[in-house]
Design a binder for this molecule. Structure first.
Ligand code: SAM
Ligand code: SF4
Length: 424
């Protein structure tokens, strides 16, 4: 059997695309390997959201030259967002040993493109390949892409340029995919999309929104839990809050990117909300369930960010009571961004990032400890490990089959793993 090595950079959207890529190879009798040395094909699914991610992918393409020289029949495929940003021609002229480049916008054409590189699939499939198992999660968790691309224009972000305008997948297709994943053993669906809660489509002749989509998925036999990411503060509405309160299959953890706590910077970022509006949404989520876990993304050092602006971000970091946060230094993505006169010096970026990380960590520790003595709904992933609805890793005092949903009382926190005793 031939072997595929696939390296994925970046976000869950890219991970979901890598699963589609892997499914195309499996249809051609390829097996996945984690060991590049034994692979016949290497796929790099690239990211370009920050310069560092792009640089890592590019440097790995360079390193693959030697790998291919050792066995010239080997094939190299470069996919993803960096291909869209740099262009197919640029990558192929810098790295002529690459066999195929295919950008993130063309993921639907990947299966056909593969015919010229490794041959046709044995049994042609009418529909797009569907991943059988997750490459990135436990077998009980499945990614379901519900929206591709993004139609917002946040000033710092390259995603709309490299992934295109938002395109919502039809509900019928989503439902079909959920059923396939359930047949393959998944219990928890992770709905993916940039601004995933802006979902809008037609179902049985009627317009449906994100809350309607959640209702449809929740009703499917075998779905035990639904997660989604990333929602955008602009697209929450009353129908969502009502459903969130009622349907506990919807995980009690929401990842809600804030980016900044300064209204001035949020405006420059074109995020469309203020700190107060952001906190109001958290308030409503916690009104529906009082200790809904919230995590977030922050960017420090947006051009022109003053100490005062940064302090507003620190205030939000405290007021939000976040479980955790991904904190990034601002990374200019276009030539124009790079020329901005207001770029923040590197030392200040580092200093602000360190302070913010420390604040988040402190709060996170308090939240972990506050779980002790409380109940958690745990979905078992492997033997005695699982994840609570609030997205905490929980170690249980007994062994269970993956996919079992149980209630446990949290008895301690050890290095960010909660320990729980099963309650009948
Ligand atoms: N769609 C999501 C949203 O709007 O909240 C975010 C998607 S983006 C791929 C993931 C995160 O990368 C963002 O939330 C932001 O914090 C970060 N990011 C995007 N562009 C960035 C940049 N130019 N510099 C630093 N971080 C950036
Ligand atoms: Fe980028 Fe998210 Fe803004 Fe879209 S909503 S432009 S993906 S940060």
């Amino acid at each position: 059997m031939k072997k595929l090595y696939i390296k994925t950079f970046g976000c869950q959207m890219n991970e979901a695309d890598s699963e589609l890529i892997a499914a195309s190879f499996k249809r051609r009798n390829f097996e996945i390997t984690q060991n590049l040395k034994e692979a016949d094909v290497a796929v790099l699914n690239t990211c370009t959201v920050r310069q560092l991610a792009e640089d890592k992918a590019i440097s790995m393409i360079g390193r693959l030259r030697k790998w291919k020289l050792l066995k010239p029949s080997r094939k190299i495929i470069v996919a993803g967002c960096a291909v869209e940003k740099l262009g197919n021609k640029d990558i192929l002229s810098r790295f002529p040993f690459v066999n195929l480049t295919i950008g993130a916008k063309s993921i639907n054409k990947f299966d056909d493109a593969l015919n010229n590189i490794v041959g046709k699939a044995k049994k042609p499939q009418k529909q797009k390949p569907t991943p059988e198992a997750s490459l990135f999660n436990s077998p009980i968790t499945a990614y379901i892409t519900v929206t591709r691309g993004c139609s917002l224009k946040c000033s710092y972000c390259i995603v709309p340029a490299v992934r295109g305008e938002a395109e919502h997948i039809a509900p019928d297709e989503i439902i079909k995919e959920v059923k396939v994943k359930i047949k393959n053993g998944a219990k928890e669906m992770v709905l993916l999309g940039q601004t995933v809660n802006s979902y809008s489509s037609q179902y049985k002749g009627k317009k449906i929104n994100f809350a309607d989509l959640l209702k449809l998925i929740s009703k499917i036999d075998g779905v035990k839990r639904i997660r989604f990411m990333s929602p955008h503060p602009l697209f929450f509405n009353e129908s969502f809050f009502k459903l969130f309160k009622k349907d506990t299959k919807i995980a009690r953890h929401i990842h809600l990117p804030a980016q900044s706590g300064s209204d001035r910077i949020l405006k420059l970022m074109r995020r469309g909300y203020t700190k107060k509006q952001y906190l109001d949404i958290i308030g409503k989520l916690r009104l529906a369930d009082k200790d809904t876990a919230i995590s977030t993304d922050f960017i420090v050092g947006y051009p022109g960010e003053t100490e005062k602006d940064f302090n507003e971000t620190l205030k939000l970091a405290k007021a939000g009571n976040f479980n955790f946060a991904f904190c990034f230094k601002y990374s200019p993505r276009t030539d124009e961004d790079c020329k901005s006169k207001n770029l923040i010096p590197k030392e200040i970026l580092k200093k602000r990032l360190d302070i913010l990380l420390k604040t988040i960590k402190l709060n996170s520790k308090e939240i972990f400890n506050s779980r002790i003595g409380k109940m958690a709904e745990v979905l078992i992933e492997d033997n005695n490990y699982g994840r609570s609805s609030k997205n905490f890793k929980v170690k249980i005092d007994k062994l269970f089959e993956p996919g079992k949903l149980l209630k446990a009382k949290i008895v301690k926190n050890e290095k960010n793993t909660l320990h729980g005793k099963v309650v009948k």
